[in-house]
Ligand binder design. Sequence first.
Ligand SMILES: Cc1cc2nc3c(=O)[nH]c(=O)nc-3n(C[C@H](O)[C@H](O)[C@H](O)COP(=O)(O)OP(=O)(O)OC[C@H]3O[C@@H](n4cnc5c(N)ncnc54)[C@H](O)[C@@H]3O)c2cc1C
Length: 479
Amino acid sequence: MPTITLPEREIPVIGDYDVVVAGGGPGGIPAAVAAARAGAKTLLIERYGYLGGMATAGLIAVILGIKASGTDEPMMGGIGEELCREMHSIGGAPEYEVAVERGGLSFDPETFKLVSDAMVLGTGVDLRLHSWAVDTIVEDGLVSALVLESKSGRQAVTGRVFIDATGDGDLVWQAGADFTHGREFDGAMMAMGSMFVFSGVDQERLPTGDEHDALLERAQQAVTAGEINAYNPRWGRNPLNPGWDRTVPGRRANEYVANATRFAGDCTDVEDLTRGEVQVRRDTWDLIDWWRRNVPGMENAYLVQSPPHIGLRESRQMVGHDIVTGEDVVEARTREDAVARCPYWIDIHCPLGRTKNSTHLCYKKCPNDPPCAIYEERYEDLPGNADDEHREGLYPKDGLWFDIPWGSLVSADIPNLLAAGRNISADHHAMSALRVMGTCMAIGEAAGEGAAMAADSQDAAAIDVPELQRRLRANGAAV
Ligand SMILES: Cc1cc2nc3c(=O)[nH]c(=O)nc-3n(C[C@H](O)[C@H](O)[C@H](O)COP(=O)(O)OP(=O)(O)OC[C@H]3O[C@@H](n4cnc5c(N)ncnc54)[C@H](O)[C@@H]3O)c2cc1C
């Protein structure tokens, strides 16, 4: 590939901070708030014009990871819980206790944006929206500055501790720190895929019982025949989630969120992102069109909103001082240096993007022909792997949780570089669990609090972890 050389130029340094957080999603928001509350001069950078990451830009309307089955122990608490309660206070989410009972908190993404702004700014965080972190400068083994790109041009910001909450490990990659991605044996990452909001459903006329089952079977056949490309072609209220009202009570009463599409690719590759956006958009329209033509009560269904960004499940994982593994998940491993908890399960969306035959997730035997190598080579012996839908063996045992250790948030290469959210140090199996938003928020809070403690030394691995745990607990976090 031909290259060009950019001329050397000077760019303005717009600020100097104790803690710089790049990425304003479920990992980055609590990180910035926690750091500022701990007294650190904090900057939060976000490439979009609003906060929330996948929660808002991905329309991911249910916060999972706030409850472990079989125990009343809190799983998140802290700033994440505060944000959820704030959304409830303005009618954008159910009561927190009700959500915990249900196992997930449904919310209106517009409320998430508003509440995040207020929390971040109300804590004294400096916020820069519409700003991409495009380069990470390392000097003498430490990150010294981030280069930002925006409508104001190219600018830099200096700092003492930097938190990569970009989801994609952009800072880790730019800084030249070690990272992994995807499955251990071929690097393939979980499929991308977009949630979408639809409406125009006559709930009363939707088929039920045998009629519903026969129609769903026809939808699966349409997938197999290539008429539609959806791993989950269900309609109306998602019957996979009985008792869950995916809409916010009193608002968006006839709007539904579907999670149906898949695209295999590398979400750090702009060409894959482009192909993914185009394919997922086409697949969404085809699916709604099929519903309109085939499902009683869906004749007037229409697309209300597709997300501004294709849904991203997995990309780069920073290599940290410690790593969270799939064994940790199924063994419900607890740690001395725990800074967050995750009760969620190994939830891998086919990295090959397959949708046919309704193979939902990798834990089920793949009925595709030829059979998927993943199942043959890697998954056959997993205790939960079976033709049926039971997931035993993929959840933390006995309805417990696994701990996120402090070392998995700290880069093994660069002492003042942390990760917060889905891009912490974890293998493919563990990240498929800890990526849920409740856990990302808990991780974010720990990263921010710990970063503030490391601001003087710039050595995050050396902080007093029991003191960090004490501070987190004092703030209501579940540790
Ligand atoms: C289809 C789908 C369904 C899902 N369903 C659920 C669900 O039901 N419940 C659940 O809890 N979780 C769900 N998830 C997972 C969850 O949404 C994510 O794992 C979670 O949002 C990760 O949070 P994060 O902050 O680590 O990353 P993200 O949410 O990706 O946020 C990263 C932020 O960083 C910003 N950013 C990125 N790069 C840069 C840069 N270079 N400079 C500046 N800013 C940058 C982004 O704009 C974004 O705001 C789902 C995900 C997908 C894709």
